[in-house]
Design a protein. Structure first.
Length: 72
């Protein structure tokens, strides 16, 4: 009986470890995708910022542009 309990306990620990690794991996992949989207959005903001700064009729206040972008 004791050997059966030990094997069951080892199986439970192994299943828990595998579940933990899979969950950790899933969160890491989701985080990487979120970071990729963040950098994509920052690149878009940089492109728009450069274009407005270069092509706007009057020279815009860059600090106000950034603050307005942050505030939405």
């Amino acid at each position: 009986m004791t050997m059966k309990n030990n094997l069951r306990n080892v199986g439970l620990v192994a299943a828990g470890a595998v579940s933990g690794v899979l969950a950790w991996h899933a969160f890491g992949v989701a985080d990487a995708a979120s970071n990729a989207n963040t950098y994509k959005q920052l690149n878009l903001f940089g492109d728009v910022f450069d274009r407005v700064r270069a092509d706007y009729v009057e020279q815009p206040d860059e600090a106000k542009m950034v603050e307005a972008a942050i505030n939405g």
